[in-house]
Design a protein around this ligand. Structure first.
Ligand code: GLA
Length: 396
């Protein structure tokens, strides 16, 4: 009995490159919008738009092709082969193009026999696949968990982590195990980020039931896991999934979604068709203040402080004794917020940060209105629209 109990909490270890994700990775991934409809023109165009629409300046770095880039079968030597119709110039040329913009290139594989869309998985080919990815100039591998019957997550992620390390090329490993085996307890030994949920759905608070699995709206993912923020930090991020900004929610919901991902120190991986994005979604995903909150060097994930009626107050300690505090209106109608700072002494439940607003005074900066809005001496008042959010940056 005791042996069995010990075995279940045994955490494996591996060598990995340090410092690849001191702050949450930022980039774009093909899956949420394009699913299997990926090709080299799309990826090149996305790289061009990174430059054109200010995403590079905002800090976005990784362009990641998700599932369906390979042929259905390996070649006679067991190598993965890029689909020659979708990627006639090959993956190396594409990675070179992405690199020529100063960006980094990511690709996708799966720990099991097949990917989620039925393409060859890396099980049994980890060393060979890692070498191939490194030879193409891959900088980021998203490694999925479909078709893994009988496999143990820690062992599988250790195997690919070791294989990546052995190539001599620093490659971020994005663990995509959906949180079933508590990757926040062991993921940092093998990779830099781990999904905490199944796939995101393009809605604020819905569940899309597919029978054998469910896609989850923004708020469902936010509330999916209790007590995991203490495991997040530099080079070890809870991944709340690729974003759905620009994919059909209201502008307020997009703003709330993006703000929460920033507050939660989630990787910021865009999932919309940025080639045709409207101005609103460009402005949301390039908001320099929201991004700076996400990229704060302390790397502390926000915690839910209180509810005021149906308004949620989330708090994120920042470096230099600064704070980000946001007010999220869960209602389907506007609310008039009034927040008297003097009444609030806030203690971070997991990290050693606290602030007593009755004693310490701060200046307030509204991240979405992009302007100073007074200080904490007076109660803060704001009308917040349905499903909208107000994010304040506090400094002395
Ligand atoms: C899983 C992952 C998604 C995506 C698809 C690809 O569902 O969670 O993010 O990678 O597989 O098939």
């Amino acid at each position: 009995m005791i042996l069995v109990a010990l075995a279940t909490i045994l955490v494996l270890n591996a060598q990995k490159y340090e410092g690849l994700a001191d702050t949450p990775p930022m980039g774009w991934n093909s899956w949420n919008t394009f699913h299997c409809d990926v090709n080299e023109k799309l990826i090149r165009d996305v790289a061009d738009v990174f430059e054109r629409d200010g995403y590079i300046d905002a800090g976005y770095e990784y362009i990641i092709i998700d599932d369906c880039w390979a042929l259905r079968e390996r070649d006679e030597n067991g190598n993965l082969v890029p689909d020659t119709v979708k990627f006639p110039s090959g993956i190396k040329a594409l990675a070179d193009y992405v690199h020529s913009k100063g960006l980094k290139f990511g690709i996708y594989s799966d720990a099991g026999t097949k990917t989620c869309a039925g393409y060859p998985g890396s099980k049994g080919f980890e060393i060979q696949d890692a070498k191939l990815f490194a030879s193409w100039g891959v900088d980021y591998l998203k490694y999925d968990w479909c078709n893994t019957e009988g496999q143990k997550p820690q062992e599988a992620y250790k195997t690919i982590s070791d294989a990546l390390f052995a190539t001599g090329r620093p490659i971020i490993l994005g663990i995509c195990e959906w949180g079933t085996a508590a990757p926040w307890l062991w993921g940092k030994n093998f990779g830099q980020l781990w999904r905490i949920s199944g796939d995101i759905a393009t809605c604020f608070d819905c569940i899309v039931d597919h029978g054998s699995y469910k896609d989850l709206g923004v708020m469902k993912i936010v509330y999916m896991r209790e007590g995991i923020r203490k495991y997040a930090g530099p080079n070890s991020w809870n991944d709340f999934d690729m974003m759905e900004v620009g994919n059909g929610m209201t502008a307020a919901e997009d703003r709330a979604h993006f703000s929460l991902w920033c507050m939660l120190a989630s990787p910021l991986i865009m999932g919309n068709d940025i080639r045709n994005a409207n101005q609103e979604s460009i402005e949301i995903q390039t908001n320099e203040y929201a991004i700076a909150i996400n990229q704060d060097p302390l790397g502390i994930q926000a915690f839910k402080y209180i509810n005021i009626d149906s308004t949620e107050v989330w708090v994120k300690p920042l470096e230099n004794d600064e704070w980000a505090i946001c007010f999220l209106n869960r209602k389907n109608e506007p609310v008039n917020l009034e927040f008297d700072w003097n009444m609030h002494k806030i203690n971070d439940p997991d990290f050693n940060y606290s602030v007593n607003f009755g004693v310490e005074k701060f200046k307030l900066f509204d991240v979405w209105d992009k302007r100073k809005v007074g200080n904490t001496k007076k109660p803060f008042k704001k009308r917040i629209g349905a499903h909208d959010i107000c994010v304040l940056w506090l400094n002395k």
